[in-house]
Design a binder for this molecule. Sequence first.
Ligand SMILES: *[C@@H]1O[C@H](CO)[C@@H](O)[C@H](O)[C@H]1NC(C)=O
Ligand SMILES: *[C@@H]1O[C@H](CO)[C@@H](O)[C@H](O)[C@H]1NC(C)=O
Ligand SMILES: *[C@@H]1O[C@H](CO)[C@@H](O)[C@H](O)[C@H]1NC(C)=O
Ligand SMILES: *[C@@H]1O[C@H](CO)[C@@H](O)[C@H](O)[C@H]1NC(C)=O
Length: 531
Amino acid sequence: MASKFLVALVLTLALGCGSASEEEEFVVTLDHSNFSQVVSKHEFIVVEFYAPWCGHCKNLAPEYEKAASELSKHDPPVALAKVDASDEANKDLAAQFEIRGFPTIKILRNGGKNAQEYKGPRDADGIVSYLIRQLGPASAEIKSSQEAAKVIDDKRVFIVGVFPEFSGEEYDNFTILAEKMRSDYGFGHTKDAKVLPRGESDVKKPTIRLLKPFDELAVDCQNFDIDAAQKFIEESSVPLVTVFDKDPVNQPYLNKFFNTPNAKAMLFLNFSHPKIDGFKSKYQEIAASYKGEIRFLLGDLEAADNALEVVIFTGTLSSHLFSKLTDIAYSFPSDFLWDVQYFGLKKEKLPSILVQDKDHEKYLKEEVESDHIAPWIKEFKAGTLKPFKKSEPIPEVNDEPVKVVVADSIQDMVFNSGKNVLLEFYAPWCGHCKALAPTLEEVAISLQNDPDVVIAKLDATANDIPKTTFAVKGFPTVYFRSASGKIVEYEGNRTKEDIVEFIQKNRDPIVKAEAKKYKAEKVADSMKDEL
Ligand SMILES: *[C@@H]1O[C@H](CO)[C@@H](O)[C@H](O)[C@H]1NC(C)=O
Ligand SMILES: *[C@@H]1O[C@H](CO)[C@@H](O)[C@H](O)[C@H]1NC(C)=O
Ligand SMILES: *[C@@H]1O[C@H](CO)[C@@H](O)[C@H](O)[C@H]1NC(C)=O
Ligand SMILES: *[C@@H]1O[C@H](CO)[C@@H](O)[C@H](O)[C@H]1NC(C)=O
């Protein structure tokens, strides 16, 4: 299975990347042989999990090195380390720390006993100041408006506990919360709410005030139950409209957006569109009116274009890891990437809005104007829209040895054909798919005279895939559907001999009336085996 992802590695190497950075004096290199030994000696150590071929890792390297040099002079010195998590030998470490993309930076405390994800900036100065904040107490006292102005910036969420005095159960709970969530948000506490920006009102009771750079700017919570307060913080820190663009400030909200079970609306357009302001304000209004029901995202075409690069990132992880990675690729959830490709986001059809409902059914409207959106969402809510299925046109001529299947022909050619079908899901840009093509053709030619067998391919970037039947997480993915409906993924070697042998082993004779009963029993048996 791992080999199907090697395409990305080949690609990046071919592009001439992969050279390690030259000066590596301050960043400590660790691997499986010495990781625990080194980490256990540190009360606080930062570890970057990287891959040599990853572009974002290469961009980070000089900044990380500079930060390491800077922090080595700090009192006490702060150690910055790195692990090549793409190396097979380090795969247990990568699994242990749930590395889902590169680079991932972890802050390890207490000899490695506590791990938190680094969520700070990626430039040297930013890394240094973020880490220095992580070193001190999780929440610092704010005594004056000057101090407040210093720690609360207008880019990020900041949480302040307001207490008549710094003791009691509420205060203790707040401290626990701050410790738990410190790598996500800045925390502070004060006795005087009036020193805080964006919230005029004073408070008498212990209060958690969440300051945010969007929507209502400040919200209060007086429930100090830890779980309830954590939920309050997580929910209040997602904007009404999640913005998907290149600004790293917006990236943390993306995961939250995609992790919600709610229906999701996504409007994509070129952010340089002359009417962008009109779109933004209308969209914001609509989002407010569906708060709690539908989540809204506004995506920049150019950021969506980048999504492909991200698919390639995750592509090289070993299959062992990959199963863990399907939720989040780098900072972008892979589900989302599939959608981008699946919808094709035709530039000439933008702005386009798509909605995915709770059951993952999709609806699409292309070439929208800002005042089309509200009525369309209303139709969606009323259930009167027709779900969208992407398909290439059914080819008029389909006489090559390897047959072309598209979404609109998959029923006839695969599910209802009564034949044994080997179906390759490919992407046009995927190198391993190109390498497999001549082999598949040989297989198809060698079985050409067998009327019971079909060798076929489907461009999975241009056609909707029945996702409950075929789990396509990388390219190429090859499935076999026997005449009687048994479905098996092909995971063998990509040679003609192995593929043909696999087909012969798994095939059923054409389903004929008299054979049907026997076949049905056999299928029932094989399904039992799978359970
Ligand atoms: C850990 O082991 C690797 C591989 O042997 C080596 O390159 C690295 O310098 C070691 N790191 C430390 C801190 O000993
Ligand atoms: C503090 O948190 C605990 C655990 O969530 C909860 O049982 C307790 O009620 C909280 N205290 C206050 C004052 O809310
Ligand atoms: C977005 O629009 C701007 C201005 O019209 C244009 O220059 C740019 O090429 C567009 N971007 C894309 C990816 O089409
Ligand atoms: C694939 O080929 C390799 C080397 O020829 C062999 O060791 C391995 O067992 C084969 N795998 C399968 C699934 O046939």
